[in-house]
Ligand binder design. Structure first.
Ligand SMILES: Cc1cc2nc3c(=O)[nH]c(=O)nc-3n(C[C@H](O)[C@H](O)[C@H](O)COP(=O)(O)OP(=O)(O)OC[C@H]3O[C@@H](n4cnc5c(N)ncnc54)[C@H](O)[C@@H]3O)c2cc1C
Length: 765
């Protein structure tokens, strides 16, 4: 059924309907999309026939996708219909496959078939209007403390009803597939005057409009939308259902205030956290003339370090880190300069820690000031106070003098970021430091032990070594968990070759102070598993111990449990969100480092400033203008600023192999010598360690993983990120003209595949 070229909107709509009508299982897909592939594979394994079209390969693909969005409110692929019923994307269809819903739809039980027939016969005569259905849905929800919109054949509906019965919780349910048959006389009388207008399908449409959930069971408790079976079971288990049905006294009071005073919140939006995400979100919201307040408060570290407005990135993250990385690169350039003909530069290698800190901190203070001025000039209220929830829309603010006040907000965005973890050993907080202290440390850290193998650990270790400090790195297991492991081990090799000592399997057990001072003398006791399997207890002396073993979201003192928000304890106490909206409470949102976001690719570390900023801006647009644009967490570029930088976009080799299978991917790679290093003798041992690889989906030629280890990898990766976002194929990379002589050009000339076993070393230029 080839689509016509000059199809107008109507014919596109007809075309979409035709596809859906003519195919029992219809998949609107894109050729490069891993989720489309996944669902097709699953259907094939279940021996279910389907018809699919690849939108990226059709002239009308974009128009069809727009039409699908109009029809289903889903803007992603795969977009799947079974027996003319919209199922959703990959996850929903897999769920439906697993639960047997797909089989039931394709082969409905006798009763269902009969019912469908009655529906069809009745279709014209009923002519239910949308408003009546919406009213009916509201009426059900308002009049029943626990309201379940269900279908009689659905096993999840039965499961949740059984669970509620066992918990002795009364509920009211209607079976959308049997509308008109199962109502009690009492309910029937109440709803009768509009009931005759409604059909099960239409009620379900009204529910989709209200909740964006297109499956059953669809459950409301005390007028609050809970979700489907899993979410309700979770809410039952956590006690949230009980709390909603019998709210504590304080909550009841608040409910009264809210109801009395519904239109008079102090702010349209309160943002808790003035970091990358919070500042971006609050300023964007203000651009829609909303009344916005942003709170930012920094709790001092155990050794008393604190900082100004702007959050992690500007004060204790990206900015000082990149400047210290630069300090270390300059040290390398000083070495290089000899071979470039410079002399008498040796003195410049006497690096002053205090001068570097002074310059960096001065710059950071100027940024803190700029952020404050920016908020003021835009009309965003800034409160330098710590916020915590008193009730769903009410916060208690405490400033640094301990003065408190309360404010209310109609919508609340949590953007509290995260803070470094300590290992919970004796002396850790008393004598150890974290990255929160390092960037403003008043004294030279001297010999430093870095504990951890996160990107923060390796970056800090890298620049400390680069500015001439002795560094040892204690690693529990692997480097850079979550990143491509070939690249991680290449970074480790590079750092070892330039003189940094990695100690694997060493776990700190106690931190002891041998001598007070700035820096003092410390002894780090540790336990190490030797290659023989024996466990050795020993210690290492140093001046500074820097813990960089991971971060946790700052959610534990927000009183989130008071307002029914659950955090994911297994994932750094993050708030569970879908499209940055809390999955528990509709007016609460979260962005940045503190979210456990369901639309993020699993396992990818996306705690990054530009991610927080864009998520905050898009969220504000969705909340306060008519935007529907959502944050795209895929193909986010990132760079680890180790002495040799590592840039990555998309899949790691491990993830690509496990998702696509070895037979479906090809890896192109190359080792190369950065021209600027080629005449520097002090780099002889590391010259050939620059490396790049592209992971390609063989079926579509699309590049699904981009990795480069080289000087300036951050700059290189940013440029290629645009191509990756646009779905670049290997052929697109090959057809791109390189800029000679650069490191980046190596990505445009990759011809050696890993599978060939040929050498990746490059010859000549
Ligand atoms: C060492 C290091 C290096 C990094 N390097 C990079 C990099 O190179 N590139 C990159 O993209 N990302 C980098 N990051 C990550 C980046 O800094 C974060 O992803 C980003 O700052 C997250 O922004 P956010 O808005 O979520 O939170 P944050 O920027 O952390 O802001 C949260 C703010 O909320 C405040 N707050 C918390 N609780 C409350 C409360 N109850 N009331 C009031 N205020 C509160 C906090 O004090 C903080 O100011 C780095 C991080 C670290 C630690």
């Amino acid at each position: 059924m080839p689509p016509t070229k000059d199809a107008d909107e109507k014919s596109i709509a007809n075309l979409v309907e035709k596809y859906i009508d003519e195919n029992d299982v219809m998949i609107f897909s894109k050729s490069w999309c891993p989720y489309c592939k996944k669902i097709k594979d699953a259907l094939k394994s279940a021996k279910i026939e389907f018809h699919s079209i690849e939108l990226d390969k059709m002239d009308e693909g974009d128009q069809i996708q727009k039409e699908l969005f109009k029809k289903t409110k889903q803007e992603t692929v795969p977009n799947i219909f079974i027996k003319q019923q919209h199922i959703g994307g990959c996850d929903k269809t897999l769920e439906a496959l697993k639960s047997g819903c797909v089989a039931t739809l394709l082969n409905p039980p006798e009763s269902e078939r009969k019912h469908k027939k009655v529906d069809n016969d009745d279709l014209d005569s009923k002519d239910a209007d949308e408003k009546a259905n919406a009213n009916l849905v509201e009426k059900y929800i308002v009049e029943n403390d626990v309201m379940i919109f269900s279908k009689s054949w659905c096993p999840y509906c039965t499961k949740v009803k059984d669970a509620l019965r066992s918990a002795k919780i009364e509920f009211y349910s209607i079976e959308l597939d049997k509308m008109g048959r199962d109502l009690s006389l009492f309910k029937l009388l109440i709803y009768i005057f509009i009931y005759y207008l409604a059909e099960g399908d239409q009620i379900q449409n009204a529910l989709i409009n209200k909740t964006e959930q297109d499956t059953v069971p669809n459950i409301f408790i005390k007028q609050q939308h809970i979700g489907g079976c899993d979410k309700t079971l979770e809410a039952l288990k956590s006690g949230r259902v009980a709390t909603l049905l019998n709210p504590p006294e304080s909550e009841k009071k608040h409910k009264k205030v809210e109801n009395d005073d519904l239109d008079s919140y102090d702010y349209d939006l309160i943002v808790i956290g003035g970091g990358s995400g919070g500042l971006a979100c609050s300023k964007e919201a203000r651009s829609f003339e909303k009344k916005v307040c942003v709170l930012d408060f920094v709790k001092p570290t155990p050794i008393g370090t604190t900082w100004g407005l702007g959050g992690t990135c500007v004060n204790v993250g990206c900015i000082p880190k990149k400047l210290m990385h630069q300090a270390s690169l300059i040290g390398e350039y000083v070495h290089d300069s000899v071979d470039y003909g410079w002399s008498q530069l040796d003195q410049a290698r006497q690096h002053s820690w205090s001068k570097m800190i002074e310059s960096i901190q001065q710059y950071i203070r100027s940024l803190n000031f700029k952020y404050r001025v920016d908020l003021r000039s835009k009309g965003v209220t800034y409160e330098n106070s710590y916020g915590e929830f008193l009730s769903p829309h009410r916060l208690k603010l405490t400033d640094k003098k301990g003065k408190t006040k309360e404010i209310t907000g109609e919508k609340i965005v949590v953007a509290v970021g995260g803070r470094p973890k300590y290992p919970d050993i004796e002396g850790d907080q008393q004598y150890g430091i974290t990255s929160d202290d390092l960037f403003s440390l008043k004294y030279d850290p001297g010999k430093t032990i870095v504990v951890g193998a996160s990107y923060v650990a390796l970056e800090c270790a890298g620049f400390l070594h680069g500015i001439g400090r002795e560094v040892q790195i204690f690693v529990r297991s692997i480097l850079l968990r979550g990143f491509d492991q070939q690249m991680a081990s290449k970074i480790g090799d590079y750092m070892s070759t330039i003189g940094m000592k990695f100690h694997y399997q060493r776990i700190p057990t106690r931190l002891e102070c041998l001598e007070e001072g700035k820096p003092g003398k410390l002894r780090l006791h540790y336990r190490q598993t030797l290659e023989s399997g024996e466990i050795e207890e020993s210690y290492e002396d140093c001046n500074t111990v820097l813990f960089a073993i991971g971060r946790e979201a700052c959610t534990n003192e927000l009183n989130l449990d008071k307002i029914g928000i659950e955090v994911n304890k297994a994932n750094g106490f993050k708030i569970k969100t879908k499209e940055e909206q809390s999955i528990d409470i509709p007016w609460l949102y979260a962005i940045g480092d503190c979210i456990d976001e369901q639309t993020m690719p699993p396992g990818q570390p996306l705690e990054l400033t530009p991610v927080a900023i864009q998520a905050g801006q898009l969220l504000a647009k969705r909340m306060f203008s008519n935007s529907t644009i959502k944050m795209d967490y895929y193909n986010v570029p990132t760079t680890v600023f180790t002495p040799i930088e590592y840039g990555a976009i998309g899949y790691s080799e491990e993830d690509a192999l496990s998702k696509f299978g070895e037979d479906n991917i090809e890896i192109f790679h190359s080792e190369f010598v950065p021209l600027e290093w080629s005449i520097c003798h002090h780099r002889d041992q590391v010259k050939t360690m620059s490396y790049c690889k592209l992971i390609v989906d063989k079926n579509t030629d699309r590049v699904i993983g981009f990795h480069v280890l080289s000087p300036n990898a951050g700059e290189i990766t940013q440029g290629y990120a645009l191509g990756m976002r646009l779905g670049a194929t290997k052929n697109d990379f090959d057809m791109t003209i390189g800029i000679h002589p650069t490191c980046a050009e190596n990505l445009t000339t990759l011809s050696v595949t890993k599978s060939s076993g040929d050498s990746a070393a490059q010859e000549g230029c």
